[in-house]
Design a protein around this ligand. Sequence first.
Ligand SMILES: Cc1cc2nc3c(=O)[nH]c(=O)nc-3n(C[C@H](O)[C@H](O)[C@H](O)COP(=O)(O)O)c2cc1C
Length: 331
Amino acid sequence: MAFPYPVDHAIPLFLAPMAGVSESPFRRLCRAWGADVVVTEFLSAEGIRRENEATLSKLRFGADERTIGVQIFGAEPAAMQDAAALVTDVFQPEFIDINFGCPVKKVVRRNGGSGCLKDLDLVQEIIRAVIRGTHLPVTCKIRSGWSEEMRDPVKIALRCQDAGVKAIALHPRTRTQMYTGHAHWDEIAAVKAALSIPVIGNGDIKTAEDAARMRRETGCDGVMIARGSFGQPWIFKQARALIDGQPMPATPGVEERFQIALSHARMVMEYEADLIGAALEFRKHLGWYVKGLPNSADLRKKLHTVNSFGEVEGIFAEYLASGWMNEVEAA
Ligand SMILES: Cc1cc2nc3c(=O)[nH]c(=O)nc-3n(C[C@H](O)[C@H](O)[C@H](O)COP(=O)(O)O)c2cc1C
């Protein structure tokens, strides 16, 4: 199935759009570890249209992030069209993605994100408006429906395809489910069988084995990973190998993990102007990088209080010197 933007592999791997996580440095890191395509976090069409500084600053990306999509949300077709036009002219990503999946109250209250799923005529209007605003391919990301009663991913996906999107990512939960229960992968298979455009599967991939299993069980054209990339960007390299029928590369040991975390920190330092704010924001990544290590509760506690990037190297060095890592390397 042909994707509407350049991809390096027949079954491309996607870093999912994630507010506060899929920012430029993390996207670069995941590209380097084998994600074929990355997507920005969702950005408000109103914010883009009004050239809100904070919103526009999130649109900066480097050449090494391509292939990249910019994700926008909003329930006002005219605003979505203007936002798509501005993003196209100024930032020139490979594609524009529309968010029809976000479940958070602040967004759905104004019918944005998954709020749109209650009104499929509006979904189509928005898609057509965005297409009018850009010459780039337009894609979208959906949930399976607003509520259990309205659950109908095939119908939603077909309406999106009819309106002109060139690929679709499905997170098969309803809005009401938020992040509870489990992602219904059988719905990815059903949407794949019904559509003629590429279908990207998403939801509950925690390991590289899960990624390969989703591909096998659903026949999806691409695999999108969100939370499974937290603190383990190498999941993309491992998933690539398994999907291609190769042996899975080993999971990095503790020292290498720390090196990867530090290289991620350096990328953040290059990208962000406010280094103190960025260090505080980076605490969550540090927590994810050390998850599962022996005595990691203590290590996490220390990392969760860092106020500067300079402190991180010392904390890692102290942990390595303490000998805790021998336990995990031996395990
Ligand atoms: C912290 C966080 C932020 C997210 N932000 C977005 C977003 O901006 N746009 C979007 O389409 N989905 C967003 N999502 C949903 C994910 O892209 C994905 O659909 C969901 O987490 C299921 O995939 P997973 O099980 O691999 O995590 C977000 C998820 C998380 C955990």
